[in-house]
Design a protein around this ligand. Structure first.
Ligand SMILES: Cc1cc2nc3c(=O)[nH]c(=O)nc-3n(C[C@H](O)[C@H](O)[C@H](O)COP(=O)(O)OP(=O)(O)OC[C@H]3O[C@@H](n4cnc5c(N)ncnc54)[C@H](O)[C@@H]3O)c2cc1C
Length: 429
């Protein structure tokens, strides 16, 4: 079995520096019996735990490091509708499910908003996301998306921007159009994750940190095993995404860890903010290998991108990201970079999230291929529904065929890196 250094504290990020609560849930050192045991306390695990607790299940949540330690506490904080691979799901199962998938793609935004309000979670939630066109074909895609929004009489505010408006609102010549959705937005992901965990704990969820799960013993009631404890449950949910290596017989070589990286500038002056993002939008370009950024409440630019598909961490994150930021915003020449960090996203070859069950009662939900703030909340609820016996949506994903790359995970990562080189060339053309 793969080994990894668990029992770590949060990576040094701007998020960790502005954490709302330093969690200190106990290590698992007992034998427990619950309805559901969840492995991994990122958004997938925490959102699923909270949904199940709200429905009256007894739940235990076991985390190898700290709540929100993985991608959930490190990401760009962009709350964007959709789930990767949805178009493939629709193609496979037919247009009859198109309306259902449309509602599903927005569900995560609603869950997050409901929870932030219901549990008074302080995570700097802001409305507004702009997807920016870099090439004429992107503009066409945005126009088609606007037509779809009109056809569906989308009830929330949105705007299609031409090149001039995009330049005016984002203070850069880098884009030739944009689509703004005010029902998407951005937030402090670590504080959202911690706040949701706090809410789940308040509803009785037993949370354990610094408790790496070493294996699952299968049976009518499977048992989750750690160094010092055991939890038996009717169902188990594996929510370790790109950071777990459990159940290798069924899950190895299906989800590949890729690095994504972010840096945070020093706080920017008011006049700079007015020039580059007066509407305080989350921004993401439409390249295959994309850049994303937004402002923090203390006026830093959090600039991310440049996925590394080979599985290796770069020597310097700043060295990779700074030239890209300055290409878009030469006016930021000379700003100090105060933080730089990275995390692992789980890439699935066909981009359809990997959901399924092992021996009927060990569920897995992982592999969002980049996006996930919204998708984890949707698929966490879908997994909770499946545990409660409503399988329809879960099975749309679980029955989707996946290709397992033969050989080691290293081979898989190299193949993915090669594939991404093709997309990079496409972006450059
Ligand atoms: C730098 C970066 C930027 C991103 N930006 C965005 C963005 O702006 N918007 C967006 O929608 N998505 C973004 N994503 C993707 C998004 O963050 C992820 O898809 C999402 O957070 C996945 O959540 P998760 O809970 O499934 O996994 P994770 O958050 O990675 O959590 C998995 C947890 O499982 C735990 N674990 C693993 N193995 C074990 C074990 N054996 N025992 C116990 N616990 C275990 C880990 O410690 C970890 O805490 C980004 C990702 C990264 C890395």
């Amino acid at each position: 079995m793969r080994t990894i250094n668990y029992r770590q504290e949060h990576t040094k990020s701007w998020y960790a520096a502005t954490i709302s609560e330093v969690t200190n849930y106990p290590e698992l050192e007992e034998h427990l019996s619950v309805d559901i045991c969840i492995v991994g306390a990122g958004f997938t695990g925490v959102a699923t735990a909270l949904t199940l607790a709200e429905r009256g299940y007894s739940v235990a949540l076991v985390e190898a490091n700290r709540v929100g330690w993985g991608a959930s506490g490190r990401n760009g904080g962009q709350l964007i509708n959709g789930i990767s691979g949805l178009a493939k799901i629709q193609k496979r199962y037919g247009d009859g499910i198109a309306d259902m998938l449309w509602d599903l793609r927005w569900r995560g935004n609603d869950i997050v908003r409901e929870r932030v309000a219901k549990y008074a979670i302080d995570c700097d939630l802001r409305d507004g996301f702009v997807e920016t066109a870099v090439k004429p074909r992107h503009v066409k895609d945005l126009e088609e998306w606007a037509a779809e929004m009109e056809r569906r009489q989308f009830p929330h505010r949105w705007e299609l921007w031409d090149g001039a408006k995009t330049r005016e609102m984002l203070g850069t010549d880098g884009y030739i159009g944009g689509f703004v959705s005010y029902h998407d937005g951005h937030l402090h992901p670590l504080n959202l994750c911690i706040g949701e965990a706090r809410a789940a704990h308040g509803l009785g969820v037993r949370i354990f940190e610094q408790s790496p799960v070493t294996g699952i013993e299968h049976g009518a009631r499977p048992t989750v095993v750690t160094a010092k404890g055991r939890i038996q449950a009717d169902s188990v949910v594996l929510a370790g995404n790109a950071y777990h290596f459990l159940e290798p017989k069924q899950l190895a070589n299906l989800v590949f860890p890729a690095g994504s990286f972010i840096m945070a500038t020093e706080p920017l002056a008011d006049e700079v903010i007015k020039e580059i993002n007066p509407l305080d939008l989350a921004v993401c370009d439409m390249n295959e290998i994309l850049d994303y950024y937004r402002l923090s409440p203390d006026q830093r630019l959090l600039y991310g991108g440049r996925c590394n598909y080979s599985g290796r961490d770069p020597r310097s994150i700043k060295e990779i990201l700074l030239p890209r930021m300055l290409e878009l915003y030469p006016q930021l020449q000379g700003v100090r970079i105060d933080y730089e960090w990275g995390g692992k996203i789980g890439i699935v070859l066909n981009r359809v999230p990997l959901l399924g069950r092992i021996h009927g009662n060990v569920y897995y939900c992982q592999g969002y291929s980049g996006h996930g703030v919204n998708a984890t909340h949707i698929l966490g609820e879908v997994t909770a529904d499946a545990i409660a016996g409503t399988m329809e949506t879960f099975d749309l994903f679980a029955n989707y065929p996946h290709f397992r790359i033969p050989g080691s995970q290293w081979v898989g990562n190299q193949l993915i890196a090669l594939g991404m080189l093709y997309f990079r060339m496409k972006d450059l053309m």
